[in-house]
Design a protein around this ligand. Structure first.
Ligand code: NAI
Length: 334
Protein backbone atom coordinates (compact mmCIF):
# COMPACT_ATOMS: atom_id res chain seq x y z
CA UNK A 1 0.00 0.00 0.00
CA UNK A 2 1.37 3.49 -0.83
CA UNK A 3 1.72 6.17 1.86
CA UNK A 4 -1.54 8.05 2.50
CA UNK A 5 -2.10 11.31 0.66
CA UNK A 6 -3.09 14.12 3.03
CA UNK A 7 -5.90 16.24 1.63
CA UNK A 8 -7.50 19.32 3.19
CA UNK A 9 -11.02 20.47 2.32
CA UNK A 10 -12.03 23.85 3.75
CA UNK A 11 -15.68 24.84 4.07
CA UNK A 12 -16.02 21.20 5.08
CA UNK A 13 -19.40 21.67 6.77
CA UNK A 14 -20.88 23.27 3.65
CA UNK A 15 -22.95 21.86 0.83
CA UNK A 16 -20.23 21.35 -1.82
CA UNK A 17 -18.02 19.55 0.70
CA UNK A 18 -20.88 17.19 1.55
CA UNK A 19 -20.67 15.70 -1.95
CA UNK A 20 -16.96 16.31 -2.48
CA UNK A 21 -15.72 14.48 0.61
CA UNK A 22 -17.56 11.32 -0.41
CA UNK A 23 -16.13 11.51 -3.95
CA UNK A 24 -12.57 11.87 -2.66
CA UNK A 25 -12.92 9.28 0.11
CA UNK A 26 -14.21 6.57 -2.23
CA UNK A 27 -11.27 6.93 -4.59
CA UNK A 28 -12.69 9.02 -7.46
CA UNK A 29 -9.77 11.46 -7.36
CA UNK A 30 -6.56 9.77 -6.24
CA UNK A 31 -7.42 6.25 -7.38
CA UNK A 32 -8.91 3.13 -5.86
CA UNK A 33 -5.61 1.99 -4.28
CA UNK A 34 -4.54 5.25 -2.69
CA UNK A 35 -5.06 5.56 1.09
CA UNK A 36 -6.11 9.00 2.32
CA UNK A 37 -6.04 11.25 5.33
CA UNK A 38 -8.82 13.82 5.08
CA UNK A 39 -8.54 17.09 6.96
CA UNK A 40 -11.73 19.09 7.37
CA UNK A 41 -11.55 22.80 8.22
CA UNK A 42 -14.48 25.05 8.98
CA UNK A 43 -15.16 28.00 11.27
CA UNK A 44 -15.80 27.49 14.99
CA UNK A 45 -19.63 27.90 14.90
CA UNK A 46 -19.79 25.03 12.38
CA UNK A 47 -17.91 22.47 14.50
CA UNK A 48 -21.07 20.64 15.59
CA UNK A 49 -22.19 20.29 11.98
CA UNK A 50 -18.70 19.11 11.10
CA UNK A 51 -18.92 16.41 13.76
CA UNK A 52 -21.95 15.07 11.90
CA UNK A 53 -19.99 15.02 8.64
CA UNK A 54 -17.19 13.08 10.36
CA UNK A 55 -19.71 10.56 11.72
CA UNK A 56 -21.13 10.05 8.23
CA UNK A 57 -17.67 9.57 6.72
CA UNK A 58 -16.97 6.94 9.38
CA UNK A 59 -20.32 5.29 8.69
CA UNK A 60 -19.48 4.99 4.99
CA UNK A 61 -16.87 2.41 6.09
CA UNK A 62 -14.61 3.31 3.20
CA UNK A 63 -11.44 1.21 2.97
CA UNK A 64 -9.19 4.02 1.69
CA UNK A 65 -9.96 6.46 4.49
CA UNK A 66 -7.24 6.01 7.11
CA UNK A 67 -7.95 9.09 9.21
CA UNK A 68 -10.27 12.10 9.42
CA UNK A 69 -9.13 15.25 11.20
CA UNK A 70 -11.80 17.90 11.83
CA UNK A 71 -10.65 21.28 13.08
CA UNK A 72 -11.24 25.04 13.22
CA UNK A 73 -7.49 25.76 13.56
CA UNK A 74 -5.36 26.65 10.56
CA UNK A 75 -2.09 25.40 12.08
CA UNK A 76 -3.66 21.95 12.46
CA UNK A 77 -5.47 22.01 9.12
CA UNK A 78 -2.54 23.02 6.90
CA UNK A 79 0.12 20.76 8.42
CA UNK A 80 2.09 18.60 5.95
CA UNK A 81 -0.53 18.75 3.21
CA UNK A 82 -0.18 17.13 -0.21
CA UNK A 83 -3.37 18.78 -1.53
CA UNK A 84 -5.43 21.73 -0.27
CA UNK A 85 -8.91 22.27 -1.70
CA UNK A 86 -10.09 25.67 -0.51
CA UNK A 87 -13.88 25.66 -0.79
CA UNK A 88 -14.87 27.80 2.21
CA UNK A 89 -15.19 31.52 1.65
CA UNK A 90 -17.28 34.48 2.74
CA UNK A 91 -20.61 34.30 0.89
CA UNK A 92 -22.20 37.40 -0.60
CA UNK A 93 -25.03 38.51 1.65
CA UNK A 94 -27.93 40.68 0.57
CA UNK A 95 -26.96 44.33 0.29
CA UNK A 96 -23.25 43.53 0.42
CA UNK A 97 -21.07 45.55 -1.96
CA UNK A 98 -18.69 43.65 -4.20
CA UNK A 99 -15.79 45.50 -2.55
CA UNK A 100 -16.83 44.33 0.93
CA UNK A 101 -17.03 40.77 -0.32
CA UNK A 102 -13.53 41.02 -1.79
CA UNK A 103 -12.21 42.52 1.41
CA UNK A 104 -13.63 39.73 3.59
CA UNK A 105 -12.17 37.12 1.25
CA UNK A 106 -8.75 38.74 1.04
CA UNK A 107 -8.59 38.35 4.81
CA UNK A 108 -9.46 34.62 4.65
CA UNK A 109 -7.17 33.75 1.73
CA UNK A 110 -4.27 35.81 3.01
CA UNK A 111 -4.41 33.91 6.27
CA UNK A 112 -4.78 30.52 4.56
CA UNK A 113 -1.98 31.36 2.10
CA UNK A 114 0.29 32.18 5.04
CA UNK A 115 -0.69 28.89 6.70
CA UNK A 116 0.13 26.98 3.49
CA UNK A 117 3.47 28.75 3.41
CA UNK A 118 4.25 27.89 6.99
CA UNK A 119 2.84 24.39 7.53
CA UNK A 120 2.26 22.56 4.24
CA UNK A 121 4.68 20.59 2.04
CA UNK A 122 6.32 22.77 -0.61
CA UNK A 123 4.93 20.35 -3.20
CA UNK A 124 1.33 21.00 -2.05
CA UNK A 125 -1.21 21.44 -4.86
CA UNK A 126 -3.69 24.20 -4.00
CA UNK A 127 -7.10 24.38 -5.64
CA UNK A 128 -9.33 27.37 -4.90
CA UNK A 129 -13.10 27.01 -5.30
CA UNK A 130 -14.54 29.65 -2.94
CA UNK A 131 -15.66 32.74 -4.83
CA UNK A 132 -14.41 35.04 -6.23
CA UNK A 133 -12.26 31.97 -6.99
CA UNK A 134 -9.67 33.49 -9.34
CA UNK A 135 -8.86 36.45 -7.13
CA UNK A 136 -8.97 34.41 -3.92
CA UNK A 137 -6.46 32.05 -5.54
CA UNK A 138 -4.21 34.97 -6.45
CA UNK A 139 -4.39 36.24 -2.85
CA UNK A 140 -3.41 32.81 -1.48
CA UNK A 141 -0.56 32.53 -4.00
CA UNK A 142 0.83 35.95 -3.06
CA UNK A 143 0.65 35.01 0.63
CA UNK A 144 2.61 31.77 0.14
CA UNK A 145 5.89 32.86 -1.48
CA UNK A 146 7.74 29.62 -0.64
CA UNK A 147 5.33 27.47 -2.67
CA UNK A 148 5.79 27.43 -6.46
CA UNK A 149 3.12 29.59 -8.07
CA UNK A 150 2.39 26.85 -10.61
CA UNK A 151 1.02 24.76 -7.71
CA UNK A 152 -2.01 27.07 -7.47
CA UNK A 153 -5.10 26.78 -9.64
CA UNK A 154 -8.74 27.78 -9.39
CA UNK A 155 -11.87 25.99 -10.49
CA UNK A 156 -13.43 26.73 -13.88
CA UNK A 157 -14.01 23.05 -14.57
CA UNK A 158 -17.67 23.35 -13.64
CA UNK A 159 -18.09 25.95 -16.41
CA UNK A 160 -16.08 23.68 -18.73
CA UNK A 161 -18.34 20.72 -17.93
CA UNK A 162 -21.43 22.88 -18.39
CA UNK A 163 -20.19 23.91 -21.84
CA UNK A 164 -19.52 20.30 -22.82
CA UNK A 165 -22.94 19.25 -21.59
CA UNK A 166 -24.76 22.03 -23.49
CA UNK A 167 -23.22 20.96 -26.81
CA UNK A 168 -23.85 17.27 -26.05
CA UNK A 169 -27.50 18.01 -25.24
CA UNK A 170 -27.90 20.03 -28.42
CA UNK A 171 -26.61 17.14 -30.55
CA UNK A 172 -28.07 14.36 -28.45
CA UNK A 173 -24.66 12.73 -27.97
CA UNK A 174 -22.82 11.64 -24.81
CA UNK A 175 -20.91 14.42 -23.03
CA UNK A 176 -17.67 12.46 -23.57
CA UNK A 177 -18.17 12.82 -27.33
CA UNK A 178 -17.56 16.57 -26.92
CA UNK A 179 -13.89 17.52 -26.44
CA UNK A 180 -11.76 20.62 -26.03
CA UNK A 181 -14.26 23.33 -25.15
CA UNK A 182 -12.50 26.22 -23.45
CA UNK A 183 -13.43 28.56 -20.61
CA UNK A 184 -11.34 31.71 -20.83
CA UNK A 185 -10.90 34.14 -17.94
CA UNK A 186 -12.84 34.64 -14.75
CA UNK A 187 -15.24 32.24 -13.04
CA UNK A 188 -17.97 34.88 -13.27
CA UNK A 189 -20.55 35.99 -15.79
CA UNK A 190 -17.79 37.61 -17.91
CA UNK A 191 -16.16 34.21 -18.57
CA UNK A 192 -15.91 33.29 -22.24
CA UNK A 193 -17.07 29.76 -23.07
CA UNK A 194 -15.48 29.08 -26.46
CA UNK A 195 -16.52 26.24 -28.77
CA UNK A 196 -14.37 27.27 -31.71
CA UNK A 197 -11.62 24.70 -30.96
CA UNK A 198 -13.98 21.99 -29.72
CA UNK A 199 -14.71 18.78 -31.57
CA UNK A 200 -17.58 16.32 -31.46
CA UNK A 201 -17.50 12.61 -32.28
CA UNK A 202 -20.36 11.91 -34.69
CA UNK A 203 -20.72 8.41 -36.14
CA UNK A 204 -17.17 7.60 -35.06
CA UNK A 205 -15.64 10.67 -36.73
CA UNK A 206 -14.33 13.82 -35.04
CA UNK A 207 -15.73 17.03 -36.52
CA UNK A 208 -15.46 20.64 -35.39
CA UNK A 209 -18.21 21.79 -33.03
CA UNK A 210 -19.38 24.53 -35.42
CA UNK A 211 -19.66 22.00 -38.25
CA UNK A 212 -21.45 19.51 -36.01
CA UNK A 213 -23.94 21.95 -34.47
CA UNK A 214 -24.66 23.83 -37.72
CA UNK A 215 -25.99 26.81 -35.76
CA UNK A 216 -23.33 29.54 -35.47
CA UNK A 217 -25.83 31.98 -33.97
CA UNK A 218 -26.41 29.64 -31.04
CA UNK A 219 -22.71 28.88 -30.47
CA UNK A 220 -21.95 32.60 -30.51
CA UNK A 221 -25.04 33.58 -28.50
CA UNK A 222 -27.33 31.31 -26.48
CA UNK A 223 -24.62 28.74 -25.77
CA UNK A 224 -22.35 31.38 -24.25
CA UNK A 225 -25.02 33.08 -22.13
CA UNK A 226 -26.45 29.76 -20.93
CA UNK A 227 -23.03 28.65 -19.63
CA UNK A 228 -22.26 32.11 -18.19
CA UNK A 229 -25.58 32.21 -16.32
CA UNK A 230 -25.96 28.55 -15.43
CA UNK A 231 -25.02 29.10 -11.79
CA UNK A 232 -27.79 31.70 -11.41
CA UNK A 233 -30.29 29.40 -13.15
CA UNK A 234 -29.51 26.59 -10.68
CA UNK A 235 -29.94 28.96 -7.72
CA UNK A 236 -33.27 30.17 -9.09
CA UNK A 237 -34.58 26.63 -9.49
CA UNK A 238 -33.04 24.96 -6.42
CA UNK A 239 -32.93 27.96 -4.09
CA UNK A 240 -29.40 26.78 -3.38
CA UNK A 241 -26.24 27.10 -5.44
CA UNK A 242 -24.71 24.28 -7.51
CA UNK A 243 -23.18 21.72 -5.19
CA UNK A 244 -23.31 18.21 -6.69
CA UNK A 245 -22.00 19.46 -10.05
CA UNK A 246 -19.39 21.66 -8.34
CA UNK A 247 -18.14 18.68 -6.31
CA UNK A 248 -17.94 16.54 -9.47
CA UNK A 249 -15.99 19.31 -11.24
CA UNK A 250 -13.54 19.58 -8.33
CA UNK A 251 -12.99 15.79 -8.51
CA UNK A 252 -12.33 16.09 -12.28
CA UNK A 253 -9.95 19.03 -11.77
CA UNK A 254 -7.87 17.44 -9.01
CA UNK A 255 -7.82 14.00 -10.69
CA UNK A 256 -6.40 15.61 -13.84
CA UNK A 257 -3.71 17.38 -11.80
CA UNK A 258 -2.83 14.06 -10.16
CA UNK A 259 -2.96 11.72 -13.16
CA UNK A 260 -2.69 14.08 -16.17
CA UNK A 261 -5.05 14.87 -19.04
CA UNK A 262 -5.89 12.28 -21.72
CA UNK A 263 -3.81 12.41 -24.91
CA UNK A 264 -5.17 14.97 -27.39
CA UNK A 265 -7.51 16.59 -24.87
CA UNK A 266 -7.32 19.78 -22.88
CA UNK A 267 -9.18 21.09 -19.86
CA UNK A 268 -9.88 24.57 -18.48
CA UNK A 269 -8.33 25.81 -15.24
CA UNK A 270 -7.50 29.17 -13.76
CA UNK A 271 -3.69 29.46 -13.52
CA UNK A 272 -1.21 32.29 -13.18
CA UNK A 273 -0.55 34.17 -16.41
CA UNK A 274 3.08 35.00 -17.23
CA UNK A 275 2.00 37.54 -19.84
CA UNK A 276 3.17 35.39 -22.77
CA UNK A 277 0.00 33.52 -23.67
CA UNK A 278 -2.92 34.87 -25.68
CA UNK A 279 -2.26 38.50 -24.76
CA UNK A 280 -3.43 37.97 -21.18
CA UNK A 281 -1.67 40.39 -18.79
CA UNK A 282 0.94 39.03 -16.42
CA UNK A 283 0.01 38.08 -12.86
CA UNK A 284 -3.68 37.37 -13.36
CA UNK A 285 -5.26 34.06 -12.34
CA UNK A 286 -6.91 33.47 -15.72
CA UNK A 287 -8.63 30.35 -17.04
CA UNK A 288 -6.80 28.85 -20.04
CA UNK A 289 -6.90 25.58 -21.97
CA UNK A 290 -4.27 23.28 -20.41
CA UNK A 291 -2.73 19.88 -20.74
CA UNK A 292 -1.22 18.24 -17.66
CA UNK A 293 1.58 15.69 -17.42
CA UNK A 294 3.62 14.58 -14.38
CA UNK A 295 1.51 16.91 -12.19
CA UNK A 296 2.67 19.90 -14.27
CA UNK A 297 0.33 21.98 -16.44
CA UNK A 298 1.10 23.61 -19.74
CA UNK A 299 -1.02 26.14 -21.55
CA UNK A 300 -2.13 24.92 -25.00
CA UNK A 301 -0.44 27.42 -27.29
CA UNK A 302 -1.03 28.43 -30.89
CA UNK A 303 -4.83 28.34 -31.04
CA UNK A 304 -6.16 30.82 -33.55
CA UNK A 305 -8.07 33.68 -31.87
CA UNK A 306 -10.55 35.60 -34.02
CA UNK A 307 -11.86 39.11 -33.33
CA UNK A 308 -15.04 37.78 -31.71
CA UNK A 309 -13.01 35.74 -29.20
CA UNK A 310 -10.42 38.47 -28.66
CA UNK A 311 -13.02 40.94 -27.50
CA UNK A 312 -14.57 38.49 -25.05
CA UNK A 313 -11.18 37.36 -23.71
CA UNK A 314 -10.22 40.99 -23.06
CA UNK A 315 -13.48 41.81 -21.24
CA UNK A 316 -12.97 39.02 -18.71
CA UNK A 317 -9.24 39.92 -18.32
CA UNK A 318 -10.27 43.50 -17.54
CA UNK A 319 -12.64 42.30 -14.82
CA UNK A 320 -9.86 40.21 -13.29
CA UNK A 321 -7.50 43.16 -13.43
CA UNK A 322 -10.04 45.31 -11.54
CA UNK A 323 -10.65 42.59 -8.94
CA UNK A 324 -6.90 42.19 -8.50
CA UNK A 325 -6.38 45.91 -7.95
CA UNK A 326 -9.11 46.04 -5.30
CA UNK A 327 -7.83 42.88 -3.61
CA UNK A 328 -4.25 44.16 -3.56
CA UNK A 329 -5.34 47.44 -1.92
CA UNK A 330 -6.77 45.36 0.93
CA UNK A 331 -3.85 42.92 0.89
CA UNK A 332 -1.33 45.65 1.58
CA UNK A 333 -3.53 47.40 4.16
CA UNK A 334 -4.48 44.21 6.10
P1 NAI B 1 -21.75 26.79 1.86
O1 NAI B 1 -22.16 28.12 2.37
O2 NAI B 1 -22.71 25.65 1.89
O3 NAI B 1 -20.43 26.32 2.62
C1 NAI B 1 -19.34 27.14 2.82
C2 NAI B 1 -18.66 26.69 4.11
O4 NAI B 1 -17.45 27.44 4.23
C3 NAI B 1 -19.49 26.98 5.35
O5 NAI B 1 -19.58 25.80 6.14
C4 NAI B 1 -18.69 28.06 6.06
O6 NAI B 1 -18.80 28.00 7.47
C5 NAI B 1 -17.28 27.74 5.59
N1 NAI B 1 -16.31 28.81 5.77
C6 NAI B 1 -16.50 30.15 5.69
N2 NAI B 1 -15.36 30.80 5.98
C7 NAI B 1 -14.43 29.86 6.22
C8 NAI B 1 -13.07 29.90 6.58
N3 NAI B 1 -12.44 31.06 6.77
N4 NAI B 1 -12.40 28.74 6.77
C9 NAI B 1 -13.03 27.56 6.62
N5 NAI B 1 -14.33 27.45 6.29
C10 NAI B 1 -15.02 28.59 6.08
O7 NAI B 1 -21.22 27.06 0.36
P2 NAI B 1 -20.97 26.03 -0.81
O8 NAI B 1 -22.22 25.90 -1.62
O9 NAI B 1 -20.34 24.80 -0.29
O10 NAI B 1 -19.96 26.88 -1.72
C11 NAI B 1 -18.66 27.18 -1.26
C12 NAI B 1 -18.00 28.21 -2.15
O11 NAI B 1 -17.79 27.69 -3.46
C13 NAI B 1 -18.81 29.49 -2.37
O12 NAI B 1 -17.91 30.58 -2.31
C14 NAI B 1 -19.34 29.35 -3.77
O13 NAI B 1 -19.62 30.59 -4.36
C15 NAI B 1 -18.17 28.66 -4.43
N6 NAI B 1 -18.45 27.97 -5.69
C16 NAI B 1 -17.48 28.03 -6.67
C17 NAI B 1 -17.62 27.38 -7.85
C18 NAI B 1 -16.56 27.45 -8.90
O14 NAI B 1 -16.80 26.92 -9.99
N7 NAI B 1 -15.42 28.06 -8.68
C19 NAI B 1 -18.84 26.61 -8.13
C20 NAI B 1 -19.79 26.58 -7.06
C21 NAI B 1 -19.58 27.26 -5.88
Amino acid sequence: MPEPVKVLVTGAAGQIAYSLLFGIAKGDVFGKDQPLILVLLDITPMMTVLEGVVMELQDCALPLLKEVIATDKEDVAFKDLDVAILVGSMPRREGMERKDLLKANVKIFKSQGAALNKYSKKSVKVIVVGNPANTNCLTALKSAPSIPKENFSCLTRLDHNRAKAQIALKLNVASDDVKNVIIWGNHSSTQYPDASHASVTLQGKDVGAFEAVKNDDWLKGGFITTVQQRGAAVIKARKLSSAMSAAKAICDHVRDIWFGTPEGQFVSMGVISDGNSYGVPEDLMYSFPLTIKNKTWKIVEGLCINDFSREKMDITAKELQDEKETAFEFLSSE
